[in-house]
Design a protein around this ligand. Sequence first.
Ligand code: HEM
Length: 510
Amino acid sequence: MFLLLSSIVLTLLLLVALSKNRKPFYDGHSLPPAPWPHLPLVGSLFCHPPTMASLVVVLRRLHAAHGPVVSLWVGSKPAIFITCHDIAHRALVHMGTTFAHRPATWSSGLNSHGVNSATYGNRWGLLRRNLSSHLATAHVTGVLRSSTDKLVKNLESASAGEDDGVVVAPSETFRHAVFGFFAALCFGEGVGEDTLRRLRGLHAEIIPLIVELDAFHLMPVFLQVVCYFPRWRKLLSAQRRHHVLVTTMISACRRRREEGVGPDVAQPRCYVVTLLGLGLGEDEMVSLCWEYMNASVKTTTTELEWIMARLVLHQDIQQKLRKDIASRRASGNHTMTCGGRRRRPFVEAVVLEALRLHPPAHYLLAHTTDKDVTLDNYMIPKGSIVNFSVASIGRDATLWTDPDVFRPERFVEGGEGSGVRCTTGGSDSGPETMKMIPFGAGRRACPGAGIAMTVLQSFVEDLVRRFDWIPVASGVEASIDMAEKPGIITEMRVPLRARLVTVRQNDVLL
Ligand code: HEM
């Protein structure tokens, strides 16, 4: 017994010593600092409970101690975390092809055939071009109109008849509207309510079962097996039911198209129809549909909730927005400045400011490199997991005045954010265009950024035009908790509640 114990202790000491003395990768270039000890096979997470909340705490401590580039060890691989916009710009834009890769994943779940998980290469290029061109050519006006009408009607029926309004918790109504909008673009407009409800139910069942830390590739495989085995059985069962439902929806879409029936026949092609044209297998199509809905719904819904929470909190900005909407509609949406350039509508400034302060994804999806590179004097070994902190860049006090203050005016002409673009792609774009990256930057930047901006602006505009959003209690600050719930998508810890008063048609200046 004594011999056994001694050999375990000796082995552990040896492993600690080995990990402590890990040599820099190349002469003169050290690896980004990491907490000690990081044991081979187990990594830094050995010392911390593997949750998103603990990851946030660990990273905050590490960055405070070591600066903008730090690492955690996942088994024998470094997972590097970058918080500085200059370094992120260099990696994602200047060294774009090197950093355009995604770490390999061993799981064979719903995400395995998506654009996001595709190896940077021909297949990725084909799928991404297909998605981008579908989104660019989708005629969203009609679908958007009917989705916002339904959203407004649902909220109106809740607040009708009460002069001083009704308290609502609108998250669920938002989710329903956003889901309906993207489902119509993905599967066509001919899908019945019951099928959509079942699909939504399956998404709601599957998402909480997905291991969040897996998104950062932070859980060594064997730890995942040990910690998460029980939930895998549930996940597999839900995925099987999702597969059956989505293949049925795909077949129905194909049939409607072939037979020339249903409301979507005259519409531009939905996403499923574009996929049918690529000659993909069933699993690939189901995975791509899952990705489409998964990537779009929670991000957009969460952002909508943050925006409306901000507008409840800042009544002056809500009034200013309502006036801007009214004057633009009165002038037939003419938003040119005297120099002939397009003026950014205030609603766009509001959405951008919310995305800066409350990006739904606090980190980009994990990237990796196809070769050893040096970045900020640190060696990034080939195959490292590289994570970019969206939230830190948006709230960086060296880039933004009063970064914690919600001030959409910074995005109007002449403001410090007026030159910022939502996604920065070309190598000619300078770091000043990349002062925030809610949709990423470079080759892997979100292909849905444009449509997400359109949806958010349209929903916010209608919500503000049709309702007064008032704090539930007096004492504005006290009534809304702006705390965050850490996750792959950072939601409000306490869902928004607000008093809604319908704006009478006569009072609407439009
Ligand atoms: C507010 C809404 C959205 C936000 C904040 C958002 C954010 C992001 C972010 C941060 C990334 C990772 C970029 C990187 O790793 O460099 C991403 C990737 C992606 N997003 Fe979005 N997204 C949104 C909406 C959408 C929509 C509407 C779609 C499609 C319908 C979409 C599809 C994708 C796909 C396919 C990728 C992977 C791209 C690739 O790997 O090449 N997203 N998104």
